[in-house]
Design a protein around this ligand. Structure first.
Ligand code: SF4
Length: 372
């Protein structure tokens, strides 16, 4: 299949690995910031093939994993209201809040529906004029355009029974926070290709300069990731710190300007709490004043719902690249995909789910090889 097979080609992958073995002289620590990339690394065993003790650590690239627990509780509170139809993506329905998840609310009679696009919720709202329809949408810069388009369209249609419960996070401020940390171990960064396809590469150029760290915007297939790792390693070995694009088939420097425009029309940048990382300045999106009537938190007065994260889950340290899922005492024991304690195990993109799914129960932990 065009654009798939050539990026899973075994010969090409072996060639890239050979080049990597030839140039890597040190155990560089590299981080990917995308759950899809984490899963590809695990699925194809790329992390185990790296030479000279090079390490991959996994950053805050899984949208479900960084969504604050209280936003799940807010969605649950809305779904329990008899007048509300709560609409969301499938993987959000299983994410545990502090007491329950949306699937259990549905099992108890709540009207919870799964869709593939927020625009489908507008149709549901139009077909159910006596009910209140809330789309629960979370994610990085990639999902913001579709959510913005839904709100924009709802305003044009004059829908009064539609609202958006959103938790949008922006990757560059979180990367800045990680790289500023005194315990940071990351020496090279694979930036998320899908995010850059929307927002472009300007912020990542600025990060490479500010922290003197090589950044390569990477794709999601095994050859993409091996090439991105090779490009990062070449920069590190040569003492360069530049932003480069490996995922050129989708990413351009300016990004998707039309998508950026609709996001800027509907949303504005705000401070945002990240699960595991805490509050990060200017790292989120909230609705502009002109669209506040569609803001579910304001419409249903949900601001007071707040909860603490469970102490047993070490997702905070995993998201910062300080530990791996196998360092968690609950991993594959008390915490499994069937009975998850934290979001990184329940989400399809979570690092803990990736380690579990690809049988990394025996993987060497960062603790035992000298990490923090
Ligand atoms: S294994 Fe479970 S409890 Fe441990 S960090 Fe992952 S999600 Fe949290």
């Amino acid at each position: 299949m065009k654009y798939i097979d050539e990026y899973r080609d075994e010969k090409v992958a072996h060639g890239l690995l050979g080049n990597l073995q030839r140039i890597a002289t040190r155990g560089w620590v590299l981080m990917e910031v995308c759950g899809g990339q984490t899963h590809t690394l695990m699925r194809y065993g790329i992390d185990e093939l790296l030479p000279n003790s090079m390490q991959m650590v996994h950053g805050p690239g899984c949208p479900v994993c960084v969504t604050p627990l209280e936003i799940i509780d807010k969605a649950v509170a809305l779904a329990e209201r008899p007048e509300v139809i709560l609409v969301s993506y499938g993987d959000m329905l299983r994410v545990p809040g502090s007491t329950t998840d949306l699937l259990h609310v549905k099992a108890r009679g709540g009207d919870v529906r799964m869709v593939y696009s927020p625009l489908e919720s507008l149709k549901i709202a139009r077909e159910n004029p006596t009910r209140e329809v809330v789309f629960f949408g979370i994610g990085f810069e990639t999902t913001a355009p579709a959510n913005a388009a839904a709100v924009w369209q709802a305003q044009r249609m004059g829908l009064k029974n539609f609202a958006l419960l959103a938790s949008h996070v922006l990757v560059p401020p979180a990367v800045r926070m990680l790289l500023s940390s005194p315990v940071n171990r990351v020496q090279g960064l694979i930036a998320p290709g899908h995010v850059c396809a929307i927002v472009g590469t300007r912020d990542y150029e600025a990060l490479a300069t500010e922290f003197h760290i090589p950044i390569v915007v990477g794709g999601f297939e095994p050859v993409d990731l091996l090439e991105a790792i090779l490009m990062l390693t070449a920069q590190l070995e040569e003492g360069r710190a530049e932003m480069e694009i490996q995922y050129t088939r989708s990413v351009s420097a300016p990004g998707n300007v039309r998508a950026q425009r609709i996001v800027a029309e509907v949303f504005e940048v705000c401070d945002q709490k990240w699960r595991g990382l805490g509050p990060i300045a200017k790292s989120g999106l909230r609705m502009q004043e002109a669209f506040r009537a569609f803001d579910a938190e304001a419409k249903y007065d949900l601001h007071d719902i707040a909860v603490d994260e469970p102490t047993e889950c070490i997702s905070a340290e995993i998201l910062q690249g300080l530990k791996r899922p196998t360092d968690c005492p609950a991993f594959a024991g008390r915490c499994t995909p069937e009975s998850p304690l934290g979001a990184p195990m329940v989400s399809a993109e979570g690092a803990c789910a990736a380690y579990y799914h690809y049988r990394r129960h025996e993987a060497v932990s960062l603790v035992s090889i000298g990490g923090n």
